[in-house]
Design a protein around this ligand. Structure first.
Ligand code: CMC
Length: 373
């Protein structure tokens, strides 16, 4: 048997085909650049694009909104389950459990056909924000706020979380971040979902596994670590000394670097102005100033540039969202990309089963138990 080429971390490996998005020449979803999408479309339109392949007409968008808004409720046992999870359970872990539970209650649980999966995906799109907001309020001892049918995805989430309507600026900023987080080709969590369903497992299993993959700080968990970094740096006065000392200790600066984008992430540039405006509104500009200093040092010392998590962490902090909600918000957007990839995988499925390069002991014979020392 010949030994195929091995690339650690699968760097540069083409692991499958996709029509959902590409990172070639900047990120685009189904042919539309993300800059164009954030400028001209709501996240709700982008969600439709990712799931259904084309931007919606006005009528299609209204029908989509009606279907998603009607599905904004959780299986009854979930609220009780949230209350019974151990104190300190991370919101993302609670969401992973919630999606698994949603699978039991989905009316089409046993149907993994193309159309059933799209209907299930729309329900997950609707239910995930409800689960995040409900868990948040249950652990705080606050009453759960029922979803509003008249609000878009971003506005309804903030309403359920806070119990009052958000400002248009907050809604727009969150909406843009959701569009930018919605899809990213063969990233780790999406690949995990594709691997899971390639066994002919179901959508909810794929999404549950994807949330597990998203959690780690090298992937989705990085947006929470960004604020830890800025808080540890302490503000603009200390930022340069802090980042230089962290680099000297060989620490990773979360929110910088990317497997694919070596010269910068187009998404980070788009979201930066929203992070800045939110900081101006909240009076928290010192984190923007500290971020600029860290960016300069990272470019000069490491030739490394911000990824989307860098402005996203700051934006959500300026919006006064709790840090442990940042990665769940990422999941609330990425459900669209995950589901689009799951459907695509199953439309033309072949089991994903790569090889490992063996590095263990040479062939040997078993010594019977009685003679083993
Ligand atoms: N800060 C400092 N050094 C870094 C960083 C960083 N953020 N990222 C990579 N390096 C160094 C790393 O220590 C290694 O150095 P050396 O060769 O001396 O050991 C070198 O660069 C190569 O690192 P790598 O892990 O092999 O590179 P990669 O292409 O596999 O890493 C990455 C990509 C995103 C995991 C990495 O850049 C990283 O850990 N960044 C911080 C975490 C982060 O922001 N993740 C979010 C990614 S974008 C959003 C998403 O898709 O979820």
């Amino acid at each position: 048997m010949t030994t195929p080429a091995y690339s650690p971390g699968l760097e540069g490996v083409i692991a499958g085909e996709t029509a959902v998005s590409t990172v070639e020449s900047g990120l685009s979803y189904r042919g539309y650049g993300v800059g164009d999408l954030t400028e001209h479309c709501s996240f709700d339109e982008v969600a439709y694009l990712l799931l259904h392949g084309e931007l919606p007409t006005d009528t299609q968008l209204q029908q989509f909104h009606a279907r998603v808004a009607a599905a904004r409720q959780l299986p009854a046992p979930l609220t009780g389950l949230f209350a019974s999870l151990p104190q300190g359970t991370l919101p993302l872990d609670a969401l992973r459990t919630a999606v698994s539970v949603m699978g039991h209650f989905d009316p089409e649980a046993a149907d993994s056909s193309h159309n059933a999966n799209l209907r299930k995906a729309e329900r997950l799109l609707a239910q995930i924000p409800v689960a995040i907001a409900s868990h948040h309020r249950v652990v705080k001892g606050l009453p759960v706020v029922p979803a509003r049918q008249d609000l878009g995805h971003a506005a309804n989430f903030l309403y359920m979380l806070r119990g009052s309507e958000a400002t248009p600026a907050d809604v727009k900023a969150l909406d843009v971040s959701l569009t930018l987080y919605a899809e990213h080709e063969y990233n780790a969590s999406t690949f995990a979902a594709r691997v899971i369903v390639s066994t002919l497992s179901d959508l909810h299993s794929g999404v549950t596994g994807a949330i597990g993959a998203l959690k780690g700080p090298l992937h989705g968990g990085a947006n929470e670590k960004v604020m830890d970094i800025l808080l540890a740096a302490g503000g603009p006065e200390n930022a340069e000394a802090w980042v230089r000392a962290a680099l000297a200790r060989k620490e990773r600066i979360m929110g910088f670097g990317h497997r694919v984008y070596k010269a910068g992430d187009v998404r980070a540039g788009i979201l930066k102005k929203y992070a800045r405006a939110a900081a101006d509104a909240a009076g928290t500009q010192k984190w923007e100033e500290a971020a600029d200093i860290i960016e300069r040092v990272m470019a000069a010392e490491k030739n490394m540039y911000p990824n989307l998590d860098w402005p996203a962490g700051r934006l959500y902090h300026a919006m006064q969202l709790e840090i442990s909600l940042y990665t769940p918000i990422f999941a609330m957007a990425r459900i669209t990309g995950w589901a689009a990839h799951v459907v695509e995988q199953l439309d033309n499925n072949r089991l994903i089963r790569p090889r490992g390069l063996y590095k263990g002991p040479a062939a040997r014979s078993v010594v019977p138990l009685a003679r083993r020392s």
